[in-house]
Ligand binder design. Structure first.
Ligand SMILES: CC(C)(COP(=O)(O)OP(=O)(O)OC[C@H]1O[C@@H](n2cnc3c(N)ncnc32)[C@H](O)[C@@H]1OP(=O)(O)O)[C@@H](O)C(=O)NCCC(=O)NCCS
Length: 180
């Protein structure tokens, strides 16, 4: 079998993964990886190529200044890490991470696809894998913060700007997160 995915995840997410060519019903979370003929999708934090991840961070407006020490701390402090590696070329094509209490709330952070491979479905693979993980699929709420131009991307997975009377409040030392 070329590619595997757990049978534990949300049926809706499982159906989407199935459309993308994943086969259901084989539990491989303990192995830390879901494989695909062209891409390796991994949950193994130890396998994250830190220098390449720093390159991806450097390409973004919010994570450009992260040092290697900070990057390693971020990885160590995340509950779920997703990487997508294109077998033939790009060492790390896609990345995301999640903080989750595994019950009520999961927060998706740092969703990034390498600039030269955007628009070919890697971001969707990253999000499918994030939401399929049992520590995310079963929680009551999954939240993220994004720029206005990306709301359409996340709406594909059911994220909405309808948050009732909730307001995002932030206490930050990062000026780029505090401006207009
Ligand atoms: C946002 C990002 C992760 C998307 O990754 P990607 O690999 O280019 O996206 P995909 O190719 O998987 O796109 C999946 C689908 O979403 C659509 N999509 C992509 N970006 C979109 C956007 N901004 N708005 C609406 N739809 C979008 C695609 O058209 C595609 O649709 P299709 O399945 O009908 O073809 C990528 O552009 C990126 O890394 N941007 C810079 C970092 C960033 O801003 N990250 C978000 C932090 S909140």
């Amino acid at each position: 079998m070329d590619y595997w995915i757990t049978g534990n995840c949300n049926p809706v997410i499982l159906a989407k993964l199935s459309q993308r060519g994943f086969a259901a019903g084989v539990k491989v979370w303990d192995a830390g990886a879901v494989t695909h003929p062209s891409y390796q999708i991994s949950y193994d934090v130890a396998a994250v190529p830190v220098p390449r991840l720093m390159e991806l961070f450097a390409s973004t407006w919010w994570a450009a200044g992260r040092t290697e020490t900070q990057t390693r701390a971020i990885l160590a402090g995340s509950d779920v890490v997703v990487t997508v590696v294109r077998r033939q070329s790009t060492p790390l094509a896609g990345f995301a991470r999640v903080l989750t209490d595994r019950t009520y709330l999961a927060v998706v952070l740092d969703v990034i696809v390498a600039a030269d491979v955007r628009g070919v479905g890697i971001g969707a693979m990253v999000m499918d894998a994030v939401l399929a993980h049992p520590w995310v699929a079963g929680v009551h709420s999954v939240e993220l913060v994004c720029q206005p131009e990306l709301t359409g991307f996340y709406e594909r997975w059911g994220f909405t700007q309808r948050v009732g009377r909730s307001r995002l409040m932030r206490r930050t030392a990062d000026a780029s997160l505090a401006g207009e």
